[in-house]
Design a protein. Structure first.
Length: 190
């Protein structure tokens, strides 16, 4: 009798862990947005990639701008390894022409999409710039949070995005799936 009770407790605990784990798996719905040249990009167009990095960025946010060089370096390093990078600008006060000029000025070779009316930011609950979502081929979120732990490149101690991407490329599970993103709040239409 005692063994049955203990087995029942373990079974209940295992079920609770499975339920908890399934609740933390988030999936991003496919979407289509235009880049600053007016070309449509659908998320499913990138599904053949080993991973998709969605980066909510801004032209006017000093924190996002402090990461411009790091974003370019990450793109250059990981794009050749089969990882796609997509910048998304959801700020209502940053027009397409400003986004285009900003991308040119900072050497962004990855697509920057304009999220008019912050629809995608709302769907994924993005709140700051920069904020990162790493997706697998099934568009499930494998990592969400910051690029690293310091606005100043010289003070970085934890390379969170890099660690997540390296784990994925090595065929391992991402150890830290969530970190606290920090930066300027996304300027929403409401």
């Amino acid at each position: 009798m005692r063994n049955r009770i203990i087995a029942g407790i373990f079974l209940a605990a295992a079920c609770a862990l499975l339920l908890q784990a399934s609740e933390t798996v988030k999936k991003v719905e496919n979407f289509t947005l235009k880049d600053f040249n007016g070309t449509n990009h659908s998320l499913k167009d990138y599904a053949s990639s080993k991973a998709i990095v969605l980066m909510f960025i801004a032209t006017q946010c000093p924190v996002s701008n402090a990461y411009n060089e790091r974003m370019v370096l990450l793109y250059k390093e990981y794009a050749s390894k089969g990882i796609s990078f997509i910048g998304i600008n959801s700020n209502k006060q940053e027009p397409v022409e400003e986004i285009k000029e900003h991308a040119k000025e900072h050497g962004f070779s990855f697509p920057i999409l304009k999220d008019n009316n912050n629809v995608i930011a709302d769907k994924v609950s993005a709140s700051v710039t920069p904020e990162i979502f790493v997706l697998n081929r099934n568009l499930e979120v494998l990592y969400h949070g910051r690029i690293d732990d310091s606005r100043r490149a010289s003070d970085v101690k934890s390379h969170d995005l890099r660690a997540a991407l390296d784990a994925l490329l090595a065929g391992k599970q991402v150890a830290v799936t969530e970190t606290k993103a920090f930066g300027c709040s996304i300027k929403r239409i409401h």
